[in-house]
Write a protein that binds this ligand. Structure first.
Ligand SMILES: [Zn+2]
Length: 312
């Protein structure tokens, strides 16, 4: 869910004519080299990645009865205060949609990426749990989680709602207030800790990989361009480049994430074994070299993949 639909927050970036003559194949090749050399990759994923798993965007999900309501009647604190049952049922319906969806090859490619680079920060604007279900850990969720509910009165209570709780918002076990979806509604700020973590990774990374987002809804929209000004190579994977900025350090890879990401990751890492042991990434299968068995992990590389230990 987007954080805000205030006109001031939706700054559409005018796209200048392309200045670099790169074809998609050239961009792919340059992007693969950048990923292979990177120590720290920051990924920002958006609705397009989930859409490829069949999860409709907020507006596309508004079919049937739900089409009669505006987003402001379903996704604001005011709407929840006025009609908690309606809002709760809308999110329960979306949660059911997510539960029936599966991670796609784009999610799987990100898991492989996370296992191949020394440091990978995963930031998402999506409220589903497909990145986690693909095996990714420590995902920074800028817009909260559809799969969780929290106390509407602001106490620390959170739950994972069950399908049996789809009809009415349950009560907080601590204070008795209504539980609300743990997502960022229109007009609400992004969670500060998560946004700071995302911004820190944006500034620190060598490569910023934007996937399935048009990068027009602030404040997340600025992250790739902030990263570019701090010297990172920015890779943009999206079916359309409309609204995306252009520049010498920005590599546009036009196409669906489920097709382009596996291609990109295979080109970058085929034949290389996982550097990190804290993910369950499968070996890359797209190339002949990937048919070789994975080598046993050397103790030195395993040590570098583990957190620093105090010396004995
Ligand atoms: Zn409470």
């Amino acid at each position: 869910m987007a954080a805000s639909d205030s006109p001031l927050d939706r700054r559409r970036v005018a796209s200048p004519p392309p200045t670099d003559p790169q074809t998609r194949a050239e961009a792919l090749s340059v992007a693969a080299r950048a990923l292979r050399a990177a120590e720290h990759v920051c990924v920002l994923s958006g609705a397009g990645l989930s859409a490829e798993s069949g999860i409709p965007t907020f507006r596309d999900a508004q079919t049937g009865l739900w089409a009669t309501y505006s987003p402001q009647e379903l996704a604001t604190a005011e709407a929840f205060a006025a009609n908690p049952t309606r809002v709760w049922q809308w999110y329960a319906a979306r949660r059911a949609m997510v539960r029936s969806a599966q991670p796609n090859p784009g999610h799987q490619a990100l898991l492989t990426l996370a296992s191949r680079v020394a440091h990978c920060t995963l930031v998402t604007q999506n409220v589903d749990d497909l990145l986690e279900r693909a095996g990714l850990r420590n995902v920074i969720s800028l817009h909260g989680s559809l799969m969780r509910a929290r106390c509407s009165a602001g106490c620390a209570g959170t739950i994972v709602p069950t399908e049996a709780q789809a009809a009415e918002p349950p009560l907080c076990a601590t204070c008795g207030a209504l539980m609300r979806p743990d997502v960022v509604w229109f007009g609400e700020p992004m969670p500060m800790v998560e946004f700071e973590a995302a911004r820190n990774a944006t500034v620190a990374c060598d490569v910023f990989l934007s996937v399935g987002t048009s990068n027009v809804v602030e404040p997340a929209a600025s992250l790739p361009w902030i990263s570019a000004t701090h010297g990172a190579t920015v890779i943009v994977v999206n079916p359309s480049m409309e609204g995306q900025r252009r520049g010498p350090s920005i590599l546009p890879i036009e196409g669906p994430a489920g097709v382009m990401l596996p291609r990109l990751i295979a080109e970058a890492f085929a034949g290389r074994r996982a550097r990190r042991q804290d993910t369950a990434a499968p070996p890359i299968r797209e190339s002949a070299s990937a048919t070789e068995p994975e080598l046993p992990v050397e103790s030195s590389s395993l040590a570098s993949a583990l957190p620093d230990q105090p010396s004995a």
